[in-house]
Design a binder for this molecule. Structure first.
Ligand SMILES: Cc1cc2nc3c(=O)[nH]c(=O)nc-3n(C[C@H](O)[C@H](O)[C@H](O)COP(=O)(O)OP(=O)(O)OC[C@H]3O[C@@H](n4cnc5c(N)ncnc54)[C@H](O)[C@@H]3O)c2cc1C
Length: 475
């Protein structure tokens, strides 16, 4: 057999593919990167970056409206959605230089635009060019799943791929889906002045999280004006641009109608595995996702897969982690495996909801012996100073106090969670966090205070009696 032309051929130039390509090239590999659309993928163009930028504009509008709480005269913010989306586009443009084809070509990577397919287990064809490589890496990501609601193909609907480029007012928005994307967009558009209705299949929003935590987010959104219809399924949708009608059915079988000027579909994700000729390459899929082992090797040992196309954790930081596992396996031939124990994530609503490790519900389902400790933000002085008192910290420990999971719903939860990420990764106990000095007055004090809750639990009346006897106390 002829020597392959490249060491690594990366298919898909999003978060996962770019890290593999850049990492491979910097280690001396000859790399070709194939992208069918634009570099940067969902995260830069239609995901993390635009959504967090939109949320920030929404927060500014909310602060103006809410200023009275802080002794400052409130006002009704004048929101021009075209200007807001222009800022979204400007932020993308500022960041996209890191993901530009020129930058990658400057690293010596052959960047090819086009959608190709495998023609055999060791060859990929794109634009009449046949590419051979020692290793292939499939990183083609995911796209919005469109639920089978009658009539949906006949109406104009938005997804994360189009919502950040609208430039007309959105008086009323129906959102299908109460997961992280639906919830972030519900709050953003409400704060920017839209009347938002969320239709959610599950009994609660953010169904991956414990109910007591997701309920804090739901109550805040309701307070801000979001209307929720939970535990129901969408049946039919009809209408035209600016006038959309959705019929949904609640659990008791009753049908209801909701109207809006716009409809946003945020009802899950579908893996981009079609059209790649995977059958010719002997690469198996399950429910559209590529099947891999813990080293991210597909059923064809020459081909790896990483990021959303593998799942199940659809986050940019997981795509980057996957990419590092692939590089260690493909280049250094190390048996590196994906991390499954300590995976953090955050929904960037206000308040944010962040988690790492096991949840209380999962601990119950797994039948393990555990303890739960909670501490509310209202008892943290900094939270009072900032008027951000909704929410709590929650930790799950084993019977010996070792941390198994942590979650926070409250201000800056996505930043605060990282102390637990380290603690759980290093198999620490609640006592380790309790013994660490935390700066006063920070929100991070909550991480020590919730750990203190475990320590205080040890102070039973019998323990107190013995302390008094041993140390001669008189109280
Ligand atoms: C609205 C929204 C908000 C999000 N917010 C966050 C967040 O706050 N934090 C977070 O961690 N994650 C967030 N995510 C998830 C995150 O964007 C994804 O997990 C991440 O982009 C996955 O990276 P990837 O490389 O696997 O896929 P992608 O980034 O989607 O990249 C895949 C690339 O492959 C290309 N491609 C597809 N098919 C082919 C083909 N046949 N040939 C060649 N190229 C192809 C695509 O054009 C794309 O460029 C969000 C997602 C959405 C939709």
């Amino acid at each position: 057999m002829n020597k392959p032309e490249f060491d690594i051929c990366v298919i898909g130039g999003g978060s996962a593919g770019l890290v593999v390509a850049a990492g491979g090239a910097s280690l001396g590999a000859k790399v070709v990167l194939i992208e069918k659309h634009i570099l940067g993928g969902d995260c830069l163009n239609y995901g993390c970056v635009p959504s967090k930028t939109l949320l920030h504009s929404a927060r500014v509008a909310h602060t103006i409206r809410d200023a009275g709480r802080y002794g400052v005269e409130p006002a009704t913010p004048q929101v021009n959605i075209a200007d807001v989306m222009q800022r979204v586009s400007d932020v993308i443009k500022t960041i996209e230089v890191h993901d530009s084809p020129e930058r990658f070509r400057g690293m010596g990577i052959d960047v090819v635009f086009g959608a190709g397919k495998f023609t055999s287990p060791d060859a990929f064809q794109v634009n009449d060019r046949t590419i051979t490589a020692k290793h292939f890496v499939i990183a083609t990501g995911s796209r919005p799943a469109i639920p089978p609601v009658e009539g949906i193909e006949n109406i104009p609907y938005l997804t994360n791929e189009s919502v950040f480029s609208i430039n007309e007012p959105v008086p009323s928005l129906i959102i299908l889906g109460g997961g992280p994307i639906g919830i972030e967009m519900a709050q953003a558009f409400t704060r920017l002045g839209s009347k938002v209705t969320v239709i959610q299949h599950n009994k609660c929003i953010l169904p991956r999280e414990d109910d007591d935590l997701s309920e804090v987010v739901k109550q805040r959104l309701e307070h801000e004006g979001v209307e929720f219809h939970l535990d129901c399924s969408s049946k039919r949708v009809s209408g035209s641009a600016g006038n959309i009608e959705l019929v949904f059915e609640s659990r008791d079988g009753e049908q209801h109608t909701v109207r809006g000027t716009h409809l946003l579909v945020a009802a899950g994700r579908t893996a981009n595995s079609e059209g790649l000729g995977l059958e010719k390459a002997n690469v198996e899929t399950k429910n559209g996702r590529i099947v891999t082992d813990k080293r991210l090797r597909t059923t064809n040992r020459r081909i790896y897969a990483c990021g959303d196309i593998v799942g199940p954790y659809l986050f940019t930081h997981m795509a980057e982690h996957h990419a590092s596992v692939v590089l260690r396996n493909a280049i250094f031939r190390l048996p590196a495996r994906i991390e499954e124990r300590v995976i953090p994530w955050c929904t960037f609503s206000d308040p944010e909801l962040a988690r790492v490790g096991i949840s209380e519900t999962e601990a119950q389902q797994q039948g393990i012996q555990f303890n739960v400790y909670k501490f509310p933000f209202k008892d943290i002085d900094r939270a009072q100073a900032e008027g951000e008192t909704d929410g709590l910290a929650k930790i799950i420990t084993d019977k010996k106090g070792r941390l198994l999971g942590a979650a926070l719903v409250g201000p800056n939860a996505g930043e605060l969670i990282h102390e637990y990420v380290l603690a759980i990764a290093k198999r620490m106990k609640a006592a380790d966090l309790s013994g660490i000095i935390h700066i006063y007055p920070t929100l991070a004090q909550i991480n020590r205070r919730v750990a203190d809750a475990r320590m205080k639990e040890g102070l039973t009346p019998t323990a107190k009696k013995w302390i008094k006897i041993v140390f001669g106390l008189r109280g």
